[in-house]
Ligand binder design. Sequence first.
Ligand SMILES: [Zn+2]
Length: 76
Amino acid sequence: MTDLNIEWQSFSMFCSNCGKHLTGYMNSEGLIKVECGRCHSVSVRKFIGRRHNRIDIYAPKGQVTIPAETEEVPLI
Ligand SMILES: [Zn+2]
C-alpha cells in the first residue's frame, strides 16, 4: 500500500447567488468546487495570486442568468 500524504484543508465562502455559507476542499488541480445546497448553483474558486481569487458561478441545470435591467434616469 502506498503512503499517501494528502492534507485536506477546508475553504469557506458564501454563495454569490443566495448567500448561503459554503465549505469546499481543494482538488489536485488547485480548484475548489462547491455546489450550494439551497439554490444548487456551482461555484469554482481558484487562487490566482496572493491578492487575486477567481470565482466562476454556474447556474443550475435549466436556469439561466437574468440580465440586470437598466434603470432609466427620469428627465428633469
Ligand atoms: Zn446558493
